[in-house]
Design a protein around this ligand. Sequence first.
Ligand code: AVI
Length: 344
Amino acid sequence: MLLEPDSTAGACASRALHWPVANGQAGYRIVNRLQAGAAGELLRLKNGLLASRAHVDPKYFYDAAGCALFNSICVQPEYYLTRTEAKIFARHGAEIARHLPAGVQWIDLGCGDGQKSKSWIATVDASRYLGVDIAPEALERALRQIAAHFPALDCAGVLSDFSQMLSIADIIAERPQATPVMFYPGSSLGNFAAPHAFALLKSFRENVGSHGFLLIGVDLVKDARVLEAAYDDAQGVTAAFNRNVLRVVNRLLDADFDPRRFAHWAGFDRQASRIEMRLRSTLDQWVRIGSDARKFRAGESILTEYSHKYTVDGFADLLSKAGFARQRVWTDEAGWFGVFLASG
Ligand code: AVI
C-alpha cells in the first residue's frame, strides 16, 4: 500500500492512497477523501450521547456485525424497499439505459459490496467504475469483485463520508469522454436530515456537471403500518441492528452501554415524513461514556436514525431545486418506491 499526499485535495486534509491490487492484468487505485480528524468525529459522537436529546449518527450502524444485520434486514418480508427497487430495476433497466449515452463512468455511491451495480455495468456498457464508500475493506472487496467480473473495465475507488460533502469532480474529469452517472440506490439519501440531504443532492449535481446524470432510488410515503413494520420486523433483525450500534459506541468511546437495557422503537412521523428509530432505556440507569457518565431515565431514548419518505412530486421538486433540470421517474405498481433519473 502506498500513501502519497493528495495534491488535488487542497486545504482539506485528505490523502490519496494509491493502492494497486493484483487483479489479473489490471490494478486499481483507491483515493482517500475522508477528512482527517478522527478525534473530532469521536468527540461529536460522545457529545451526541451526552446531549439532553441523545443521538447517534446512523453511519455508526455499519461495523461488520451491523453490515451483516443490514443484509439480513434487506431480505425480511416486512422490508419491501430492497426487493421493490430491484423489481423496478429489472422491469425498467433497459429503458433507463436507453436514456444514457454509451461508455459512461458509473459512480457507485455507498457501493458496499458493489453487487447492485453489476447488472447495470453490463446494461449501460460502462467504460469506468468508480466505487465510493466510507469503509475501506468493503470498497476494496467491491473493486476486486467488479474488476474480476469485468476485466476490461477501468476501476477506481474513493473513500468518502457522506456525512460530509462529496468532492470527486477532479477524479470524474480524468475521463472527459465518459459521461458521469451517479448511482445512489436503496433510499440511502433518506437517512440524512432534510437540509443535509438537499446539500448532498446539490453536491452530486456539482460533481457530475450539466451533462451528467443521477440515478437514485427513494422510498415513498405510504400507510404508516407498512412503514413501521418495515422498521420493526417480526424476527427482530432490525431491533438487533439498532441495538448493535451501542456495541460500536462501547468500542469507540470506551463506554459501557448494555444493549439489553435498551428497547428498539420505530415510528412514522407523518409531519416530518420520516421513520424515526430510537433506543429506549428500559429502566433508570447510569452509563459510562469514556471519562463521563450520564443518566438515562426509564423511557428516555437515543435517536439512532431518520429514514425519510418522499412523494414523487416532492422529490422531483427537490431534484430541480438541487439543479437537476430534467428528470424521469419509474415506480412499482403500488407506488411504494421511486427510481429517478435526473440530469441537466
Ligand atoms: C440504509 N437505509 C436506506 C436503511 C433505511 O431503510 O433507512 C437503513 C435501515 N434502518 C433500518 N432498517 C434499514
